[in-house]
Write a protein that binds this ligand. Structure first.
Ligand code: NDP
Length: 292
């Protein structure tokens, strides 16, 4: 058996097309178009690439982008003052501070400053708190977990009753993904670096979401035949045959897992493009809060 490939790039394209059309329609109706502010602190090359992609995608969809690049040594007060300015700017519906931040800046403190109504990353404690409450809806669902759920539902719309292993418990990926799976009536097991018998947990799971940041952590024979495998990991492996001197791999031993899984997402071309598409979707949604 060879698994169906969950093509995140293709799925993301169709979501972005819908967003582009919705924005074009707003323009036709002379309604305000959404604006997304990105704040990049320092010179982390990966962060620079992520922010550049977000700006490029915003521009392609008709979202206005406002880009801010701050020095590595910027103070918390200066960053907070910029965020306050963006919260008050009626042309900006979404405020995104690219993570990780330099060590002297507390990510928690910075996130607290973003208005929950402009928290298009869905990481503000207010939105994270609502996500964890059974009968509440956050204003925004976090982007990567939203993309993961859309990918799973693209091959299996109803995951009620399924067992899911989520490997990773970060606030950005693992924990909110587990909560969203539970909202879809799946039963998640949240795994982390202290989890025992990870292989057994995976073998009993109908869904595996791998978000540990460890290449080939999930081995082929850990995958239950027919399972849905979503590989979130982004790992840079030295490779002298590549122009940049490295290649990007996920957390799953793809070549082996593909033989057992029912559906599997590749890296690259899986969760990455979906994360950006969901950010754009949240930015469009944010304009509704301006109008409410
Ligand atoms: P973090 O480093 O914040 O979290 C990693 C998690 O994995 C932690 O909970 C850690 O456990 C757990 N973990 C690490 N090693 C193991 C192991 N051997 N067994 C079980 N659990 C383990 O990373 P993020 O959540 O931010 O990101 C995870 C991966 O996803 C990274 O590769 C990142 O680059 C990628 N990513 C991809 C995105 C995309 O759009 N494609 C977006 C965001 C992230 P503990 O808590 O005990 O330390």
């Amino acid at each position: 058996m060879t698994a169906q490939i969950i093509d995140g790039k293709k799925l993301a394209e169709s979501i972005k097309e819908e967003i582009k059309n919705a924005i074009a329609e707003r323009e036709r109706q002379m309604l305000p178009i959404p604006g997304l502010a990105t704040v990049l602190v320092g010179n982390n090359p990966a962060s620079k690439t992520y922010v550049a992609n977000k700006i490029k995608t915003s521009d392609a969809l008709g979202i206005r982008s406002f880009s801010y690049e701050l020095d590595e040594n910027v103070s918390l007060e200066e960053l907070e003052s910029l965020i306050k300015e963006l919260n008050d700017n009626p042309d900006v519906q979404g405020v995104l501070v690219q993570l990780p931040l330099p060590e002297h800046l507390s990510e928690d403190k910075v996130m607290h400053n973003i208005s929950p109504k402009k928290d298009v990353d869905g990481l503000h404690p207010y939105n994270a708190g609502l996500l964890s409450r059974k009968y509440s809806e956050p204003l925004f669902y976090p982007c990567t977990p939203s993309g993961i759920i859309r990918m799973i539902q693209s091959v299996c719309p109803d995951i009620s009753g399924m067992n899911a292993a989520v490997i990773g418990r970060s606030s950005i990926v693992g924990m909110p993904t587990a909560m969203m799976l539970s909202r879809c009536n799946a039963t998640p097991t949240i795994c982390h670096s202290y989890t025992k018998h990870l292989d057994e947990i995976c073998r009993q799971s109908d869904i595996i979401v791998a978000a540990a940041g460890t290449p080939k952590l999930i081995q082929g024979d850990w995958v239950k035949p027919g399972a849905i495998v979503i590989d979130v990991g982004i790992n840079h492996i030295p490779d002298s045959t590549k122009p940049r001197g490295y290649r990007i791999v996920g957390d799953v031993d793809f070549d082996e897992a593909v033989k057992r899984a029912g559906a599997i997402s590749p890296v690259p071309g899986g969760v990455g493009p979906m994360t950006i598409a969901m950010l754009m979707s949240n930015t469009l949604k944010a304009i509704e809060y301006r109008e409410s």
